[in-house]
Every structure is written in C-alpha cells, then in structure tokens.
Design a protein around this ligand. Sequence first.
Ligand code: FMN
Length: 267
Amino acid sequence: MTNPTLELMNNRVSLRVYDDRPIPQEVLDTILHAMMRAPTAGNQMLYSVIVVRDENTKKILSQTCDHQAFIATAPVILVFLADHQRWFDYYRLEGVGEYCDRKGLSFEAPQESDLLLAIEDTMIAAQNAVIAAESLGIGSCYIGDIIENYEVHRELFDLPDWAFPIGMLCLGYYRENHLRKPRKRFDRQYIVFDEKYKHLTDEEYRAMYAEQAATFQPDNPYGADNFAQAFYARKTGAVFSKEMARSTRVAMKQWDGRLLNPKIPQK
Ligand SMILES: Cc1cc2nc3c(=O)[nH]c(=O)nc-3n(C[C@H](O)[C@H](O)[C@H](O)COP(=O)(O)O)c2cc1C
C-alpha cells in the first residue's frame, strides 16, 4: 500500500550536504505553519522556535553541538525549545499566584513532568516541520547535541529559565542528483509489541543486532572487542554524551516545582 505521503516518509533521509540555494521566506513560512499545526498537549503549544540564519550564530552552533562542521553550512537552522515560560509568565500576570493563595492551593513552578510534556510537544512540532520541508524539496537533519552546553546556548539565545533547547534542525535544499541512501532500521518484531512489553532473550538481542555487529572492525580505535563495546565508546559513553548529561542536569535545576505563591518567600 502506498500514497504520496507514505512515499515521502519512506524516502526521507537525514541531509547533511545542502544546495547553496537560500530558502525563501515564504517557503520557510509554509514549513513553520505546518509545524504549528502539529498536535499539542491541551492546545498549549509548549514550545518556541528560534530561526537562525546568522552565519556567526551557525558557526557557534557548529562548535557547541559537538563540532559538526556541516551545521554551519545549512541555510536555515531551527532551534526547538521546550517552553513553559510563556504560560507561567501569563499565570503570574493574571494573578494565578494570588488565586492559589486565596484558595489554599500550591502554585508550583514547572517541574520534570512539565518538561517532559513540553518536550513531547516540541518534537512533534519539529517532525511536522521535517515532513513539510521534505514535501517542498528541503532536506533536514536533527542535531541532538543542542542539549550540550546549556549555559552557552542560554546566553546565545537569551533564554529564560523554563525554555530548554531540546532539538535542532538544519534545513536546506537537496542538491541536484543527491544520492539518497535510506538507512536500515531494526526489524519490527523487536520494536513493536502486542499488548505487553516483550523482554527479548539473549538470542533475540544477538539476532536484532546481527547486521550492525557484522560491520564491527577489530582494529577499531576504541580497543573494543565487539560492536556493542565500540558503539558504547563512540556514542553512549562518549565525551559528548557526558557533556549532554552535565548540561541537562544544570538546566533541570530550574524545573524544580518550587512554590511560586506570592505569600511564600521565593528562592
Ligand atoms: C534526536 C535526534 C538527534 C540527532 N542528532 C544528530 C546529530 O547531532 N548529528 C547528525 O549528523 N545526525 C543526527 N541525527 C540524525 C540521525 O543520525 C539519523 O536520523 C539516523 O542516523 C537515521 O538516518 P536517517 O534519518 O537518514 O533515516 C539525529 C536524529 C535525531 C532523531
């Protein structure tokens, strides 16, 4: 079964080499409109998006996001913020704190659950942008490393406490004759379960990873004995992952649910 939407989704690849053509504002506006049509929890739109076209900012991002040079070559970068700031600014503006005092309710600052919900909103919107862009001949690549260097990004974009950069998209037109190489995925049986979680056996894990494990190079730079060890060294346990963890911990300190009631002294 297929149709143009499914074909588009099947043919999408992450694009890291961009045509020189700029993205016209009206095309970007169309992408941003589709992005904002994404489902959003309680119709709250718990995200903000910063459009970056400035060359210097792109250069900085290409360094702060794990030194990925191609980032600076993208005509447009979208930085996605999980954002609860505007609702809480509005709550304060409209006396929610006083209301809570009057009613004996606690008025709590955004906390971990609010951040997770905002992240859901944000990344769903981001993926709408990916699909809309793709439909207009514009490729994209997510940059997870925007989670690194929270303090630098906070200053760079003048972020308030409750706006956390959770995703980034590089956007640019596909070059003519760009060879799309769709990357394989794990077999569905390991990803989609019926009714309950499936706890995989050792054999199933080995089968699941067999194709990737076959690419293992014994003379790898990590001194690893197998694919899992090498992958851990390159990704999960790598310096950039440690930086993501540190950066996230710093940012999370703001999402602490502290009481904001006016009658309670603020931190
Ligand atoms: C959350 C997220 C973070 C990503 N971060 C990066 C990144 O920092 N650099 C990069 O080159 N690709 C990044 N990617 C792209 C993935 O590497 C890519 O989606 C994956 O290899 C599958 O390839 P495909 O998108 O072409 O199907 C990221 C993708 C996602 C969803």
